[in-house]
Design a protein. Structure first.
Length: 266
């Protein structure tokens, strides 16, 4: 018997440490959890914020290949849990048969979702295209509050910003929606759970519902869970245990156990 690996993939404007609660929760339930950061991302959020330069040349293809290499280096296909762009990458790798199952939380939509429902979102509608410096784009605290932590109180929003906020690579933000295709028709892939916050302003609930519809013709298991009164920070704010516990229950319901017989990559 071996422990099932779980790989947590974070999104833009949040540091890898946003998964700290999830990592402990899933490890407690017996999963072998890893939280690999982006290429060049320091594992200390303060150092990463002071020097985000190593991320400046990171685009979606490079970020996806980074996680594909990590996944292929595991002894068996993992469960992938991704947030925002991490959710898009998780879907791509699942469709390529590199994962046993995937959970995409507030995922950046793949090609095929109408642009009006995707991230030309409130952020760009209000402030226009983000302006970076040295190849990275900071999200000021007021904007972080408005589009990431809008569904929590002022004090918690400030705590989330101080604890997890990170500049994002300009190149990654500029990559078009078509930069990463997802095989939504793969009948042999593992189960997929899509999760949305109904108050999300960066990846609207409507966009995640549209992603769910893209999988409508696939016989592979695909589920959608919508959390009322939750915004884009739902993986890191005080309500994260509710989301994590739903994911744990969903994995169990779909036969993805924390320990089971060894299954190698084909």
């Amino acid at each position: 018997m071996t422990r099932t690996p779980v790989v947590l993939i974070h999104g833009a404007w949040l540091h890898m440490s946003c998964w700290e609660g999830w990592a402990k929760r899933f490890a407690t339930h017996g999963y072998a959890v890893s939280v690999p950061g982006w290429p060049g991302e320091d594992d200390d959020v303060r150092r990463a914020r002071r020097d985000p330069g190593p991320l400046r040349d990171l685009g979606l293809p490079e970020l996806t290949e980074h996680y594909a290499r990590l996944v292929r280096g595991l002894e068996r296909p993992p469960v992938l849990i991704g947030h925002a762009v991490g959710g898009l990458i998780a879907q791509h790798l699942l469709g390529a048969d590199l994962a046993e199952a995937a959970v995409a939380i507030a995922p950046q939509p793949p090609p095929g979702v109408p642009a009006v429902e995707t991230r030309p979102s409130l952020a760009s509608q209000i402030w226009g295209p983000p302006v970076g410096h040295d190849g990275v784009v900071p999200l000021p605290r007021s904007q972080f509050r408005h589009v990431v932590a809008n569904a929590v109180g002022e004090e918690e929003a400030a705590e989330l910003f101080a604890r997890y906020a990170m500049p994002a690579p300009q190149r990654l933000l500029d990559d078009p929606q078509s930069a990463l295709a997802v095989d939504t028709d793969n009948p042999a892939r593992g189960p997929l759970l899509l999760v949305s916050g109904q108050e999300d302003r960066l990846v609207p609930d409507a966009a995640t519902r549209s992603v769910y519809k893209l999988y409508g013709d696939s016989p592979a298991a695909t589920d959608l869970k919508q959390f009322a009164d939750r915004g884009h920070s739902l993986v890191a704010d005080s309500g994260w245990p509710q989301v994590a516990d739903h994911v744990l229950g969903w994995l169990s319901d779909n036969g993805v156990r924390a320990t089971e017989g060894h299954r190698r990559f084909m």
